[in-house]
Design a protein. Structure first.
Length: 306
């Protein structure tokens, strides 16, 4: 008869097993990064929350922090420039997220299926994305010049006697900034979509050809559904990015004219680093955090329900 192996009592088991030793070594290597993250991120997050409940002009030193409760939040929701900034952020999000995603999807399919020298087009579309946004904005500001810009010159040649003033008109400044941002980021979206297209098997399209499906039918019945994970990734990242826009607005319009292009991040910069009102700036930061979190949660919920 074979001897029956009895389990080793817990009191006799070794605590430092090879697996636990290996895990300890791994945690020791991660320790500097974890400590740095706790000091730089968690502490900064908590300090920002405390500042949002305080009044501090940053010039008076840490001893000048005065706890005021929810005064900053009450003031924030009564501030017309904050309401205008939220509206501008939402308009900017609508102009720079769904429309560029749709355009990039169509262009990526055309380049992937119907264009020679695909590598050239990938580089050509991607160059604006890796270029300095300030350099891109400087070029577009010349193109959008109200009287001497090539765009308005072309519109006047078409018979439009009073073309838009673009960046200097409150009615069109945010639209002009959205056009520049969408153009600069289009290459990134196209590259991501083309990477997703390479994962779709040609056998699916061949089966659709046998069934007599046309190009449009294959696009909506195969390409779009198969690219849903890619579209969802782009949607989330671009939604968050649309609320973080700052540099192009600071360079081109500084939130003007008449606050027509101001956004929450620019208001945070104004309050914190121009007026030195760090408590109010921190409160606006937490409002921005709440809006981004809410939109992300709603998007995830819609994705899960789908």
């Amino acid at each position: 008869m074979e001897a029956v192996q009895r389990p080793v009592p817990k009191s006799r088991r070794k605590f430092w097993t090879p697996k636990r030793k290996e895990a300890l070594i791994g945690w020791l290597f991660l320790a500097p990064e974890i400590v740095g993250m706790l000091l730089l991120n968690v502490f900064a997050l908590g300090f920002s929350l405390y500042l949002s409940l305080s009044d501090w002009d940053m010039l008076s030193g840490v001893q000048g922090i005065e706890f005021t409760g929810f005064d900053n939040y009450i003031k924030m929701f009564q501030d017309p420039t904050i309401i205008q900034a939220i509206k501008n952020n939402l308009i900017y999000m609508v102009l720079t997220v769904p429309i560029p995603i749709a355009i990039a999807l169509v262009l990526s399919v055309l380049i992937h299926n119907s264009v020679f020298f695909k590598s050239y087009f990938k580089v050509a579309f991607f160059i604006p994305y890796i270029s300095s946004i300030i350099a891109v904005a400087a070029v577009w500001s010349a193109l959008f010049h109200p009287s001497l810009g090539p765009i308005n010159q072309f519109l006047m040649e078409l018979g439009i006697s009073n073309p838009p003033k673009w960046l200097v008109d409150p009615k069109t400044s945010l639209l002009a900034i959205s056009i520049i941002s969408s153009w600069a980021g289009l290459g990134y979206t196209i590259i991501i979509y083309m990477a997703g297209l390479t994962n779709i098997s040609n056998e699916i399209y061949e089966a659709a050809d046998i069934d007599g499906a046309g190009a449009i039918k294959k696009f909506f019945a195969i390409t779009v559904p198969m690219l849903r994970p890619t579209t969802f990734f782009l949607l989330i990242t671009m939604l968050i990015g649309s609320f973080k826009v700052f540099d192009i607005i600071a360079f081109l319009t500084e939130g003007g004219p008449n606050n027509s292009s101001t956004v929450l991040v620019f208001r945070i910069y104004e309050e914190g680093f121009q007026y030195y009102n760090m408590g109010y700036a921190s409160a606006i930061s937490w409002l921005l955090f709440a809006i981004i979190g809410l939109i992300t949660a709603l998007t995830w919920k819609m994705r899960n329900e789908e």
